[in-house]
Design a protein around this ligand. Structure first.
Ligand code: G
Ligand code: MN
Length: 445
């Protein structure tokens, strides 16, 4: 109950990132290998964009998407992929085989907002492909692998075109960017940059408002060609994001070598913060790394107000996750934008997890400051447990006399002895962190 946040204003449902520098490179006018994809083409394209199989709001059965098991897909020839659905009577009903779309369904993206906490605005939307088969909504993880290699560029162009169309349709989001996921291998395809360019032109869409997210994927052997492929697209003015940072395939080496504009921390870090508050250290370190490298950092998987509070305290700018909005169909974006209120960023924690985040930053700041020969007069004031952000939060909710409140006071008592008795200082710091962790566990029990 201590975790309930009075006065917080996060609404459920979205994701985004905006305001990053727009590369000034001129757009190339060169001819491209393929025309921009057209809407509702009826004559056997490998993939086609179809009207949504529902009108207005989604039936609740469609959301959340398929909980039960994976869809089994087998590739039968280049263009036809059979899809068998779990839960259908496969004995009687034959799986649907390729209609215009090889899966027998229709693909269209959903959009999840990305919020810029510093400027208090929605800054972008990640397009997330969804496959609609009957009243089923199938997420990409369950059908992407079944798209034959020869169809990947068409598939990407389809999602890109739909994303740009959706952005163009928003009257309220003139400077929001669209973020579209790309199979890494496409950057090795000589036609890729041309396809991006042609699609942007066909939709009269500024390249500075497009981000391409590199999906985690098998390792690309030819890193040099990969970098060239990325640079070709960046020279159009499009930004590149590295998705799922923190998982094996988006390693530090990728951050070091690839030409990137944005890092997106894999959602498993933020999602699990309530159980593993120490994971905030990954956010703190990556934030510092991203800042140092001049890149933006988006934290994905922001599922609760409390997680958002902790990230705000750490100084995170860009967030995406269910706690802001779930992915939604394009038709719903306008309404969502009208009613969504971006949470107000504050320096005072609003939750125990926020207090934990604040404590981590204080500890880190002290460690750094103490190593610097700077004349900083914080030592006397640091004895006052009411003076810090955590103290203000404890004041507000009368928490100073709780076990963790007392541990907080003890930390303040030893705060100015970092130079003289570092182990006492560390004990005080660790004592408060573990008292907070225990309080969060007890509140969950
Ligand atoms: O790999 P990538 O980050 O692009 O994956 C995005 C996927 O994660 C989407 O399918 C989206 O629906 C899902 N997603 C987005 N935000 C959240 C969240 O806060 N929690 C969970 N569990 N999933 C999310
Ligand atoms: Mn992504």
């Amino acid at each position: 109950m201590l975790e309930r946040l009075p006065g917080t204003t996060v609404r459920g449902d979205g994701e985004g990132l905006g305001g990053a520098p727009t590369p000034g490179a001129p757009r190339r006018r060169s001819a491209t290998h393929r025309p921009a994809p057209r809407k509702r083409k009826r004559h056997k394209p490998l993939l086609s964009l179809q009207p949504a199989p529902y009108a207005g709001a989604l039936p609740s059965a469609c959301w959340p998407p398929l909980a039960e098991g994976a869809v089994r897909a087998t590739i039968a020839g280049l263009n036809s992929v059979m899809l068998t659905m779990p839960g259908t009577d496969q004995g009687r009903r034959k799986p649907r085989v390729s209609a215009p779309f090889p899966f027998g369904g229709a693909v269209r993206p959903f959009f999840q907002p990305i919020v810029d906490l510093r400027h208090g605005r929605v800054c972008g939307f990640e397009a997330l492909a969804r496959l609609f088969v009957g009243d089923r909504v199938i997420p990409p993880v369950e059908f992407l692998h079944a798209i034959p290699e020869s169809g990947r560029l068409d598939f990407f162009a389809l999602v890109l075109d739909a994303a740009l169309a959706a952005m163009n349709g928003l009257s309220d989001a003139a400077d929001c960017y669209a973020s579209v996921n790309v199979d890494r291998s496409l950057f090795l395809d000589a036609r890729f940059a041309g396809t991006v360019d042609a699609t942007l032109r066909a939709r009269s869409y500024p390249p500075g408002r497009l981000v391409l997210e590199i999906l985690e994927d098998e390792r690309i052997a030819d890193e040099g060609r990969m970098i060239q492929g990325l640079e070709r697209v960046r020279s159009l003015g499009v930004r590149i994001a590295l998705d799922d940072v923190g998982t094996a395939h988006a390693s530090l080496m990728n951050i070091k070598t690839l030409p990137l504009d944005i890092l997106k921390l894999d959602q498993t870090f933020a999602r699990g913060l309530r159980d593993r508050p120490k994971d905030l250290l990954f956010v703190l370190s990556l934030l510092s790394l991203a800042r140092g490298l001049g890149k933006s950092l988006v934290i994905e998987g922001v599922e609760t107000v409390e997680i958002l509070d902790a990230l705000t305290i750490l100084g995170v700018t860009f967030v995406q996750g269910y706690g802001i909005a779930r992915p939604m169909p394009a038709e719903r974006l306008e309404d969502w934008l009208r009613t969504y209120q971006v949470p107000v960023a504050t320096r005072t924690p609003q939750s125990l997890l926020g207090a934990y985040a604040s404590h981590l930053t204080v500890v880190e700041t002290c460690r750094i400051l103490v190593c610097q020969p700077l004349p900083i007069a914080w030592k006397e004031e640091s004895k006052n447990p009411h003076a810090c952000g955590i103290g203000r939060y404890f004041d507000r909710f009368g928490l100073h006399e709780t076990a963790f409140g007392l541990a907080h006071k003890r930390f303040h008592e030893v705060m100015n002895c970092y130079g003289t008795d570092p182990s006492r200082w560390e004990q005080g710091a660790e004592g408060f962190a573990s008292a907070l962790t225990q309080a969060m566990r007890a509140a969950d029990a």
